[in-house]
Design a protein around this ligand. Structure first.
Ligand code: HEM
Length: 117
């Protein structure tokens, strides 16, 4: 069970890596767009995060305020990514710069909260 939990944590981190990595690639290429990779990474973080939010194996202690804040950040990120891709489709242009940077900062902040808190 403990090994299974560790595997799910690994997948949870892979989800973050895909979202943040996708964002970083766009930033470095100066395209400033949202991509499918960011959406899929976020979905993976959500599904694995929900699985981890249940207290298994028995006896494990979870930091629910921390989990709750990450869930709120993830929902905001989902909203931004959804709005961003809709806007890109409509206009064909990159998303507004402030929106793009907010996505990167929030994604990084969620990981920082997970690790530092
Ligand atoms: C963008 C959003 C998220 C990021 C970047 C993120 C990142 C991380 C990282 C790096 C870890 C491993 C470090 C640690 O164990 O403390 C972790 C653990 C964890 N995350 Fe997330 N997370 C996100 C969203 C969520 C959500 C939405 C939930 C639940 C609803 C969640 C639940 C958990 C739980 C329960 C653990 C602890 C695993 C354990 O110690 O057994 N996370 N998260």
């Amino acid at each position: 069970m403990e090994l299974l939990r560790n595997v799910v944590v690994l997948l949870h981190i892979v989800g973050f890596a895909i979202t943040f990595g996708g964002w970083a690639a766009e930033a470095l290429a100066q395209r400033f767009r949202t991509t499918r990779a960011m959406d899929y990474g976020l979905l993976l973080s959500l599904l694995t995060g929900l699985a981890l939010a249940a207290p298994w194996p028995a006896g494990i202690e979870l930091n629910y305020p921390k989990i709750g804040i990450k869930l709120v950040i993830l929902i905001v990120l989902g909203g931004l990514l959804g709005m961003g891709s809709a806007r890109q489709k409509r206009t064909g242009e990159p998303i507004p710069r402030a929106m793009f940077w907010t996505i990167g900062v929030l994604s990084f902040a969620a990981a920082a909260i997970a690790v530092v808190w």
